[in-house]
Every structure is written in C-alpha cells, then in structure tokens.
Write a protein that binds this ligand. Structure first.
Ligand code: SAM
Ligand code: SF4
Length: 358
C-alpha cells in the first residue's frame, strides 16, 4: 500500500506510515468506494468489563490491551473533532464496558460540545451493560448523553449468572430502571438470542421492555467471541426469533429503516415495536454508515474486518488533524462491500467483541 510520510514523530514507531487517502480531504464527507456516506463513529473506551458474557469474552486468559495504548480523553476528542468535521453526526460509546472509564462524563461532555459542519449538535449515545449506570446517569445526562442501549439477555438470575459468569442481574435491572426514569429516549434493550439459553424467554424480554417504556432488540449471535466458539448451526436466526414472537403478537414491518442495524416490527399494530439485528442471516452492509475506533486507537471499517488503521502514531507522534483525516479516509477507502460471514473463507477477527466495540 502506498504510504505518505509526515515529519518528526516522537513515537518509537517513527516514521509515521499513513495509508493512501480515500476521496476528499479534511471537511469532506467520508464516502467509501461503494458510495456509502459514513455518519456514525463507535468509540470503544476500554476492553475491560464487569461481566464475562460467554459470546463475547473468555472467563480467563484474556489478552488485555496495554494500558499505555488506551486513548486519553484528549486523544478521543481529537479524533472525534476531525470525524465531526468530516460529517460524523453520531458518536456511540461502547467497549468493553464504557461505565468502567472513570473519565466517562468528561468524554461525553467534550463529545456533546462538538458541532457538525452545518452547526448542528452531534448525537452522543452509549451501549452499556447497565452496571452502576444508576449512580452515573444524572452526571452523564447533564454532560449531554442523549441515549442509552442496555444489554440484558435474560431475566432469570441463575441463567444470568451462568451466561455472564457474574451474579449481577440486580445491578443491571437497577441500571435499566434508572434509564427508564431518566427520560432518555428511545431506550433500547439488547439481547443476543441463544439456543437452549434464552430462546424460550424472548416474549418475556419483550414484555419486560414494554413495561419499562423500552424497545427490545434481539441480536443474532456473531462470530466475534474472543474464545472463537461461535457455531453457525447453533445460532438462533432472525426467522426463528420472529416465529417465536409471532406466537404471541401480530408482527408488521416498520418501514424506513435507513442505515439502522435493526429491522423493526410493530407488535399488534403498535405503538410498541421489537427489533432484530440479523447480521448473519440478513446482512445490512449495503447501507452501513458506521466506523469504529478501538480503545487503543485503531480505526476499523467493519466489525468483522481483519484490517485496522493505526491512529496512535499520528496522535502520539505530532501528526496534524489533516493526518488523522488521512487515516480516516484510508480506512473508509479500504471498506469492503460486505462482511462475508457466510463465505467458507471467512476469517474471524483476532480481537474479541469486547476489544472491538459493539
Ligand atoms: N458492555 C456493553 C454491553 O454489553 O452492552 C457494551 C459492549 S458489548 C460488546 C455491545 C453489544 O455487543 C452488546 O449488546 C452485546 O450483547 C453484543 N455482543 C457481544 N458479543 C456478541 C456476539 N458474539 N454476537 C452478537 N452480539 C454480541
Ligand atoms: Fe462485557 Fe458487553 Fe462483552 Fe458482556 S457483551 S462481556 S457486558 S463487553
């Protein structure tokens, strides 16, 4: 790949090797080779977590990111500022567990102060397991957090403990209660559907979400577990999820999905809805507008990508904003049409979901 060299980096990795730029430059929209305009940046704040969900992390033996490589608040905000100038309007904080970052409120405040090129405020959202959300939510809201998605795969305490390897269902429920009271809207609850684990509980999860003024969304399990245990045959599919829900409700599709990962259905004509994120059996890559920044400064153009675009040498080596923009554009230029999970040659990313940012 052709490289652009920029001068005088402080980093031991010198000189800085930048990928060839995609179309445009700082202040232009981020458009990939398939015409997809990118508007959403998922920022992983840490690979650490308070849970150990079986589909995401192994119980032990995780190879943690080096603490020295984790982006600081200033580094995150610097990348986000360039991204906002390039047309990113939504920043979603994730992890690992973003609530483990002590400086989370500061990050939210700095991101919420960003403006898009037309002067509109950007949107700052967070995906969390909800543990300790109750105590931190008022400050986060005050800082400008606009929305939260909370993951909850089961309402059964023993099942929760087995699935997450931590007996913390009550803490998650407290987080959901707090989010429901906070008025942040829409509140979305996420569950990975798993055969023989929670696939008998889908209707109960939807009813629970409705009772909390939230929208339930089911996710097909993806090959992103750090333990590499994913099994295509064992996975609960979108069609199975819909079949299970339609025994209880009449489902009618909600039109106008746009680039959203979830397809949505009205329950008995509405107003309540349920969503399904079917990355495996009904991929939505054609409308993807998302980019990812890992906690250690790697840009990724897809959850399933095996390539990363390293921002650390630029951020820590004296690079200019135009150089951050160049790495962003190189990442966009390298984006493929789709993830090809179903291709027999598909290669799972070396990083687990906790280290990529879901
Ligand atoms: N810790 C936070 C949480 O659990 O919401 C944020 C990070 S987590 C990686 C983000 C989302 O990814 C969660 O909703 C989780 O259920 C989902 N996820 C993790 N591993 C997954 C997998 N292998 N397949 C599908 N979804 C997965
Ligand atoms: Fe932690 Fe979220 Fe992964 Fe569960 S899915 S282990 S809560 S990062």
């Amino acid at each position: 790949m052709p490289a652009i060299m920029i001068g005088m980096p402080r980093s031991p990795r010198a000189p800085i090797d930048l990928p060839a730029p995609g179309l445009g430059g700082l202040g232009d929209r981020l458009v990939d080779g398939f015409g997809r305009v990118h508007r959403d940046l998922r920022i992983s704040l840490t690979d650490r977590c308070s849970l150990r969900c079986t589909y995401c992390m192994p119980e032990q033996g995780n190879e943690w990111l080096a603490r020295s490589s984790i982006l600081t608040v200033d580094e995150i905000v610097r990348v986000a500022t360039v991204a906002a100038a390039d047309g990113i309007t939504t920043f979603r904080l994730t992890g690992g567990e973003p609530l483990l970052r002590p400086d989370l409120t500061e990050i939210v405040g700095a991101l919420a102060a960003l403006r898009s090129p037309d002067g509109h405020p950007v949107d700052v959202a967070m995906t969390t397991n909800g543990i300790r959300l109750a105590e931190r939510l008022p400050a986060l809201q005050q800082a400008g957090l606009a929305r939260v998605n909370i993951s909850i795969d089961t309402l059964d305490r023993d099942r929760f403990a087995a699935l997450t390897r931590r007996d913390r269902l009550d803490d998650v429920l407290a987080g959901i209660e707090a989010a429901a009271r906070s008025g942040l809207h829409p509140l979305k609850l996420n569950a990975v559907a798993m055969r023989g684990v929670n696939d008998g509980e889908l209707v109960d999860l939807v009813a629970f979400a409705i009772a909390h003024g939230a929208q339930m969304r089911f996710i097909e399990q993806m090959p992103l577990d750090a333990g590499h245990t994913w099994d295509r045959q064992a996975m609960v599919t979108r069609d199975e999820i819909l079949a299970s829900l339609s025994r209880r409700w009449d489902l009618s599709p909600v039109p106008g999905r746009g680039g959203a990962p979830a397809e949505r259905w009205l329950l008995d004509g509405g107003p309540h809805t349920v969503g399904v994120i079917a990355s495996v059996t009904a991929p939505f890559c054609g409308d993807c507008d998302r980019l990812r920044l890992t906690a250690d400064g790697q840009l990724r153009n897809c959850l399933f990508s095996t390539s990363e675009y390293d921002l650390l040498p630029v951020l820590r080596g004296g690079g200019a904003d135009a150089d951050i923009d160049t790495v962003l554009r190189g990442c966009i230029a390298g984006k493929k049409a789709g993830h090809a999970i179903d291709d027999p040659a598909f290669l799972q990313s070396a990083r687990g979901m906790n280290a990529i940012g879901g």
